[in-house]
Design a protein around this ligand. Structure first.
Ligand SMILES: [Zn+2]
Length: 393
């Protein structure tokens, strides 16, 4: 029997050079450990034209309900210049109190804690009713096309039904126990082109300057807040990310002006309702004097919320029992794979401290690995001891 404590699992995983889209041995390692513990394991390669093939893993222990799913990714971002690291980014070296290496917090460390907790729970609770699963992709840091979305489709086609999911992304800004993510904002990008007519600045009546029109449109977008936020979300935010005319001459009226904006929006909006609001604001600002085109980029980043329920409570209680602190329930930050999983079941995100993610010398406190696996273990205890009714609440 191999060692299955969180630290040695994390070291093994870090030593697999699984920079997206390479599998790097990481999923093979997980497969071996989970199989030995009695999981049924599936390895799935998904492909799409124009994107690299990606390996994924799905594993399940037990056949009953409730079904608690752990989700995550073994792929990591590139280390950059490895000589700038204190230790080889794929060596998994322990230096003082910390484990070093790419993926230490994002999120091989988190996966190691989930595995350690699940394996310990299964060893010590042989008579539990329900299922524990792992949904692990190798395509989170890349295009995210041949990963979680297709894995979920595949699982659904097989008849897999999850009741709840924990995604182990690093959610804590400073210390373990800071923050649980119970939702995420959506993201929508739009592009505006104002059409004018090029000409000499001394003969403006022969030209049509698109710049004043663009100023009116942008002002129209920004003048009123989109909303005031909700109990669980900040106010939606529209940022103008660029306004481009690209005109090097001071004596030429340009022919065209372009602008791009991105909106991070809460669950008061869908991409459709937001697009309608943007169109309305632009129409109003343009009147019948500004000629423009609007195009919205396609998005799969919708806003979602897992309302603070019993399941969220189990996680918050486990965190408080282990760290002595009640975590903040947050919906801040960028998008994550949770936006795909939430279509199938409620998702909560909780993992390690994110401070060094994607950085040189990514590292995790060894003590945090122990504590996070203890937290996941406490969640498993509470979850499988709860009645079906309690879990619905
Ligand atoms: Zn991640």
């Amino acid at each position: 029997m191999m060692e299955v404590d969180a630290l040695s699992l994390a070291q093994h995983l870090i030593r697999c050079p699984s920079v997206t889209p390479e599998e790097g041995g990481a999923l093979t390692f997980i497969e071996g450990v989970l199989r030995e513990a009695g999981f049924e394991v599936h390895r799935l390669v998904f492909t799409a034209p124009g994107t690299p093939d990606v390996e994924n893993l799905y594993a399940r222990y037990g056949s009953g309900e409730p079904y608690l799913l752990f989700a995550g990714h073994t792929d990591v971002v590139p280390p950059g210049d490895a000589t700038r690291w204190r230790h080889d980014p794929f060596s998994g070296v322990i230096d003082g109190e910390e484990l070093h290496g790419r993926g230490a917090v994002d999120m091989k460390g988190g996966i190691a804690c989930m595995m350690a907790a699940a394996l310990e729970f299964i060893r010590e609770t042989s008579d539990f009713k329900g299922s524990i699963g792992f949904l692990i992709t190798g395509d989170e840091e890349g295009p995210a096309i041949n990963g979680t979305v297709k894995l979920l489709e595949w699982a659904k086609a097989r008849g897999e039904r999850f009741n709840h999911c924990i995604l182990g992304e690093p959610t804590n800004p400073n210390r373990l126990g800071d923050m649980i993510k119970i939702g995420r904002r959506g993201s929508l990008t739009g592009r505006i082109v104002v059409e004018g007519k090029q000409g000499h600045v001394a003969y403006p009546h022969l030209a049509d300057n698109p710049v004043p029109g663009m100023i009116r449109l942008v002002d129209g977008l920004l003048r009123e807040p989109l909303d005031q936020g909700t109990d669980h979300f900040d106010a939606s935010n529209l940022e103008v990310t660029t306004i481009d005319v690209g005109n090097p001459a001071s004596n030429v009226i340009p022919a065209e002006a372009r602008a791009t904006f991105n909106i991070r929006f809460n669950d008061l909006w869908t991409p459709q309702s937001l697009e309608e609001e943007v169109e309305r604001r632009l129409r109003e600002a343009a009147g019948n004097t500004v000629r423009y085109r609007l195009a919205m980029d396609p998005t799969n980043a919708v806003a979602f919320l897992t309302p603070p329920n019993t399941f969220v409570g189990f996680i918050a209680d486990a965190i408080e029992a282990e760290t002595g602190r009640r975590p903040k329930l947050s919906t801040t930050g960028g998008t994550s794979d949770a936006r795909f999983i939430v279509k199938d079941c409620p998702v909560v995100e909780f993992g390690l401290v994110g401070q060094t993610m994607h950085q040189v010398d990514e590292r995790v406190a060894v003590a945090d690995l122990d504590r996070l696996s203890t937290i996941y273990r406490k969640v498993l205890d509470a979850y499988f001891a709860a009645s079906a009714d309690a879990l619905q609440a």
